[in-house]
Design a protein around this ligand. Structure first.
Ligand SMILES: [Zn+2]
Length: 368
């Protein structure tokens, strides 16, 4: 396994979007200008066991406590949360942001029930990671609370200075309607699952309330699509963002494609209303069991709309329907638990200055 190769820090007026993914997992490190950073979601570098954002920013020589202004967890699926608590620990002055859809007694009941277990052993589900994050925030001097993101809420603002242009970060989701629906779903889901293994918590619902972000540094913008899905409801998911008159109007030049390129997270209105014509598109693949994203048709669809499409790691075709019986037996005999091994960590780095743009790939990352 090769360590991450990275060179040089971005200029003070450069917007950087660095997307990391080991094949299963996603982390975006964003330079907001002026030496200030935001981390969106978290995954772990298997070769070092470190949260990849921590590793990258340390290699750039950044003092995490000063440089990181925001840590955002877009939703509580474990492919977006691994290492988040260590990240929050290290980013002692960063605002921790998560979806307002989690602000319910039921979710906190789940977290509280999980907390003792989570702190006692090294479980790595999204919910136990969330418990660790809350614990870390609670240990700060000011006993910080999460910042609850919802549609058209400004999370960060820095006025223009001699060094860097004006910067602002907006949450574009979840919408009020998505939040209300999630409250109802959590209220009816939780009593039946408290006390059952957390495996049962794998539910598609967080993708309806994931936090999409709009970042602007001067005239340069990025849209970070999280795993938000489209759905049919005009006031939920992507349709709510497209129909929201209060959102920032600047079209984005870089798009972190939603939900690993899945068709259920795409809509023509994203490309028409939220993005500049022919934007730079970047994504991380998702590979677990029978699910492999993006599919071949997803790649083709996105490439028609974007000027270029990059992936942080190799995109794989789904495995055959069943492993051969002997293989299954060997796996059972040699490993107590078997997980499809994540691929090598890759990085797609996009840097936009007021007048230039640079796209670089490192390790397993590639152009599709
Ligand atoms: Zn995901």
């Amino acid at each position: 396994l090769t360590p991450l190769v990275t060179t040089g820090i971005p200029a003070a007026d450069e917007l950087e979007i660095s997307l990391f993914g080991p094949g299963l997992g996603e982390c975006i490190v964003v330079h907001l200008g002026g030496g200030e950073w935001m981390v969106v979601d978290s995954c772990v570098d298997e070769s070092t066991r470190e949260p990849v954002a921590l590793e990258y920013l340390s290699k750039l020589g950044m003092d995490m406590g000063r440089a990181v202004r925001l840590v955002v967890v877009t939703h509580w699926h474990d492919d977006h949360m691994l290492g988040a608590a260590r990240l929050v620990d290290a980013s002692a002055n960063a605002l921790f942001v998560c979806s307002a859809a989690l602000r319910t007694p039921e979710f906190f009941k789940l977290v509280a029930e999980d907390q003792d277990l989570a702190l006692a052993n090294s479980k790595t589900s999204g919910i136990s990671e969330f418990a660790r994050v809350l614990n870390s925030l609670g240990n700060r001097n000011d006993q910080s609370s999460p910042e609850w993101a919802s549609a058209s809420r400004r999370l960060f603002f820095r006025p223009a200075s001699d060094v860097a242009p004006e910067c602002e970060v907006f949450a574009l989701s979840p919408s009020s309607s998505s939040i209300t629906a999630a409250f109802g779903a959590l209220a009816s889901l939780v009593p039946s699952i408290v006390g059952t293994p957390k495996r049962a918590l794998v539910s598609p619902e967080p993708n309806q309330t994931a936090v999409v972000l709009h970042v602007r540094l001067g005239a340069r913008c990025a849209l970070l699509g999280a795993d938000l899905e489209t759905g049919q409801h005009p006031k939920r998911g992507w349709l709510a963002i497209i129909n929201d008159g209060n959102r920032p109007q600047h079209p984005a030049h870089v798009y972190k494609v939603a939900h690993h390129g899945s068709r259920n997270a795409d809509h023509p209105g994203i490309w028409r209303d939220l993005l500049a014509e022919k934007p730079i598109a970047v994504l991380t693949p998702f590979f677990r069991g029978r699910v492999s994203l993006p599919g071949r048709t997803d790649v083709e669809r996105i490439k028609e709309k974007a000027i270029v499409l990059y992936s942080a790691a190799q995109v794989r075709s789904p495995p055959p329907a069943r492993r051969m019986k002997t293989v299954e037996r060997t796996i059972r005999e040699t490993a107590r638990s078997f997980r499809t091994r994540a691929g090598r960590m890759g990085q797609v780095r996009v840097r936009l200055s007021p007048t230039t743009q640079d796209i670089s790939v490192f390790n397993a990352a590639l152009q599709l």
